[in-house]
Design a protein around this ligand. Structure first.
Ligand code: SAM
Length: 211
């Protein structure tokens, strides 16, 4: 699966997407993540991609033309979706992550400043928010969605079982994973439940279902 992230600050993302699971998944070619610098598509020599809003008001707005050109430069796969990160968009959740994981490609547009020119709406499929608060840019949102979706792509996690009982992964969205313990058996008087040390897999499974 391919993830394309359109941003004016690709460096913000580069270190995050090149570590840990995302790094391994790219190395094993299960996924590919590419950042695209909108400034490269600016037509003026100062590489400006924002301007003041028509009608007045505070701040700057990302221009539609460089975003349009950047989008055009990205090779589209058969099943792809273009997402604009927007605090007022549809709130992201695990069900959406599962839906997106069936696609071949997700393309993110990260807003900045006061946001993007409203004519970008005609270029996208969905507006998505990562929560009811306002961030300074869409980059963290693109990283959050990329990571949540990438770990559902077959082969990205070491063990497919990790996903089986994971929080929010059941048919009902309210499923929460059972409590996990590792060494030591006793930490300052807090003991690991005896049943987990019993080696009785049936009973352990029962305990996990009820906790
Ligand atoms: N003026 C906008 C408003 O009042 O809705 C906020 C713009 S915000 C400072 C700049 C950019 O950050 C947005 O265009 C969007 O891409 C991104 N952003 C901010 N909060 C977000 C959130 N909760 N989810 C997704 N993207 C967000």
């Amino acid at each position: 699966m391919k993830f394309d992230i359109i941003t004016i600050f690709p460096d913000i993302l580069d270190s995050y997407i090149n570590e840990s699971i995302l790094k391994r998944a790219q190395k094993s070619k299960k996924i590919k993540i590419q950042t695209h610098d909108i400034r490269k598509f600016s037509k003026n020599k100062h590489k400006t991609v924002d301007d003041t809003p028509y009608g007045g008001g505070p701040g700057m707005v990302l221009m539609v033309e460089p975003i349009y050109k950047c989008l055009k430069s990205i090779k589209k796969k058969r099943k792809s979706k273009i997402i604009l990160l927007d605090p007022a968009g549809k709130q992201f959740n695990q069900k959406m992550a599962q839906r997106y994981a069936n696609l071949d490609q997700l393309i993110f547009i990260c807003g900045r400043y006061e946001g993007v020119d409203a004519r970008v709406d005609k270029l996208i499929n969905e507006k998505v928010s990562i929560g009811p608060y306002v961030l300074s840019g869409g980059e963290l949102g693109a990283a959050v969605i990329t990571e949540a979706v990438a770990r559902l792509v077959p082969g990205v996690l070491g063990s497919a079982e990790s996903l089986q009982y994971e929080t929010f992964s059941g048919k009902k969205a309210d499923v929460i994973e059972y409590p996990q313990y590792t060494r030591p058996e006793n930490f300052k008087g807090q003991k690991v439940p005896k049943i987990l040390l019993s080696g009785n897999h049936k009973e352990i499974e029962g305990w996990r279902k009820n906790n």
